[in-house]
Write a protein that binds this ligand. Sequence first.
Ligand SMILES: O=C(O)c1ccccc1NCC(=O)[C@H](O)[C@H](O)COP(=O)(O)O
Length: 221
Amino acid sequence: MTIPIKICGLSTPEAVDRAADLKADMAGFIFFPKSPRHVTVDDARQLAERARARELKTVAVTVDMDDAGLDEIVEQMKPDWLQLHGTETPERLSVLKVRYGLPVMKALAVRDAGDLDRAAVYNGIADRMLFDAKPPKGSDLPGGNGVSFDWQLLAGRDLSSLDGAASYMLSGGLTTDNVGEALRISGAPGVDVSSGVESAPGVKDLAMMGAFVQAVSNAPK
Ligand SMILES: O=C(O)c1ccccc1NCC(=O)[C@H](O)[C@H](O)COP(=O)(O)O
């Protein structure tokens, strides 16, 4: 079984090409001005075009964005997926799925088992969940903080009610050094990485990207 990998926060053609060379499944582009990974719509349009040419799926990552902002992103970038990384409700997801006809990945911030229980409200609505760590106190970013949550929370948990073959992705503080252990403990069907493949905030490191993908493929199935 191959584990789907999303590499998030890409902002250069080199990083997009590297993700495609490595046969990552998804490339995430961040629309959040406070993030060191923020891209403009025009940047995203060009980067997504490049990804599409290599059959790399693109994900527009937004946070409680209004319709006007989303309209522009969808029209220009033509993403394959929307990732909603804010406080979007199941009702909001339903509206956006009809409006854009795109699959939606809902990020949920996890610290304890109760947080994971909240995923149930998105059953049958989100096409995929992304379980990420809660941001540390004082962080301006809802994601991309390089912190993990307790992977044991996912161990043995029945998430079969979530739809799709890869019903969720594990995220938050994953690195080459810990992703094998994270997969072993959680049994996650997919992984997402951002700061764990960066040499500085927002700067993707091509060698680290390669090492991460290798570590995932080396992980015991
Ligand atoms: O990465 C960001 O800067 C970011 C900003 C605002 C919303 C979401 C953001 N990232 C979303 C992701 O999917 C990240 O890959 C995920 O949070 C994991 O990040 P990391 O812990 O750095 O691997």
